[in-house]
Design a protein around this ligand. Structure first.
Ligand SMILES: Cc1cc2nc3c(=O)[nH]c(=O)nc-3n(C[C@H](O)[C@H](O)[C@H](O)COP(=O)(O)OP(=O)(O)OC[C@H]3O[C@@H](n4cnc5c(N)ncnc54)[C@H](O)[C@@H]3O)c2cc1C
Length: 368
């Protein structure tokens, strides 16, 4: 029997499993709802406009590149992925007018982030539009998330983490820990369970009478296979963004449809993203995208996630609501969550992230 059941094998679940195994815990991951947002996402290692975000989100994201550098080094040195493929540290350029740029500069100074005001003409990249004003953060970048997930899964399997493919239907607190049931009839017990099922978390919590302000938010992306150097830095404008990978692939994103939990790409999404690609890369001319996909973000009505024990549910923890920032925040979120589960001193005050007691409705008490 495992010590901990992790329900959801997206980036938050995998990195929580990593933190737990590093502390000697036996872990089983149960995953099998819908395709993870962690696969579909762009992998920018910063919130889109971090200066518009809360301190609580920034605490989880500001050292995202450094955290991924350590993670990717570990995976590369173990032979789980090819050297130099996963992490792109070409920087991030953000379009803005005067007030926005002043806010961005103040934010960067206060969080110790290197930055310089720069026109888009001065950022490296042959294809990118050259007539916009903005700010450049040379220390930021992006991670190639699908490859990262694959490498992480292999790494965890080699360290004894059990991967179960099942769609979880119910989670409950029992006398000594947590009980989990799947749609196919299988059941598991462990001392602790973490519900980190992306948008699927909302449905599991609802069955437990817990209501958090979570919602699905669909996003579509396009990928163009270009050459290294055509786009060198993440480029964020008011209309959307470009994300360059090390092999020359460029992602164009993204659409945002709150309330939509469907996973299929749409014709309207494709047109919108192709138009955006032409705007941001006027030199593209006739090049067509190679891939078009969609994912569902675990939306939340605040900009930082819920992390911590579920009130009145012995042994059950939650890590959800990462919305647009789950990839960049996941290493810190997983560390904070697991520090709480293991009774260690947390690296930041965990109370702002905790699940409020009021989230459990009184009617749920009757249902129990
Ligand atoms: C288009 C797009 C672009 C994005 N760009 C970025 C970006 O640039 N930077 C960034 O930081 N973030 C980005 N994000 C957001 C980021 O991808 C998410 O916040 C993050 O991946 C959430 O991770 P998660 O592990 O919580 O959930 P997920 O990755 O969704 O994983 C949840 C897992 O739980 C499983 N599951 C669900 N229900 C059940 C169930 N009942 N039983 C068993 N398993 C279940 C699912 O199958 C899934 O595997 C983007 C998202 C999208 C869609």
């Amino acid at each position: 029997m495992s010590d901990v059941l992790i329900l959801g094998g997206g980036i938050v679940g995998l990195l929580s499993a990593l933190e737990l195994t590093q502390r000697g815990r036996k872990v089983t991951i149960v995953d099998g709802g819908s395709p993870p947002a962690s696969w579909a996402g762009g992998g920018i290692l910063s919130p889109l406009h971090a200066w518009r975000c809360s301190r609580f989100l920034n605490q989880l994201t500001v050292d995202g590149v450094a955290r991924y550098r350590r993670l990717v080094d570990m995976l590369e040195s173990g032979g789980y992925t090819q050297t130099g493929g996963l992490l792109n540290q070409g920087g991030m350029w953000v379009q803005g007018l005067e007030d926005e740029l002043d806010d961005a500069s103040r934010w960067a100074t206060s969080w110790g982030v290197e930055h310089a005001f720069m026109s888009s003409a001065d950022i490296p990249g042959k294809l990118v539009r050259k007539d916009l004003q903005g700010i450049f953060f040379p220390g930021l970048g992006n991670v190639r998330n699908p490859g990262l997930l694959k490498a992480l899964r292999a790494y965890l399997c080699d360290r004894g983490v059990v991967m179960e493919h099942a769609n979880v239907s119910a989670v409950s607190s029992v006398e000594k820990g947590a009980h989990v049931a799947a749609v196919d009839g299988r059941q598991w017990r462990a001392d602790q369970a973490v519900i980190c099922a992306g948008f699927g978390t909302a449905g599991l919590l609802e069955k437990m009478g817990v209501s958090l302000p979570l919602f699905p938010a669909k996003g579509e992306m396009l990928l163009y296979q270009l050459s290294p150097g055509d786009v060198s830095a993440v480029m964020l404008t008011d209309e959307g963004y470009l994300i360059p990978r090390n092999d020359g692939a460029v992602l164009v994103g993204s659409t945002l449809r709150k309330g939509d939990a469907s996973h299929y790409p749409t014709v309207a999404g494709r047109y919108a993203l192709e138009r955006l690609a032409q705007q941001l890369m006027p030199g593209l001319v006739e090049t067509k995208p190679c891939y078009h996909w969609a994912g569902v973000r675990p939306g939340c009505d605040r900009d930082y996630p819920y992390l911590g024990p579920l009130p009145h549910a012995n042994g059950i923890y939650v890590a959800t609501g990462h919305y647009r920032n789950g990839l960049v925040a996941a290493p810190a979120s997983a560390e904070l969550l697991v520090q709480g589960m293991c009774g260690e001193s947390p690296f930041v005050d965990p109370s702002p992230y905790s699940v409020p007691s009021s989230s459990r409705s009184s009617s749920s008490f009757l249902r129990r």
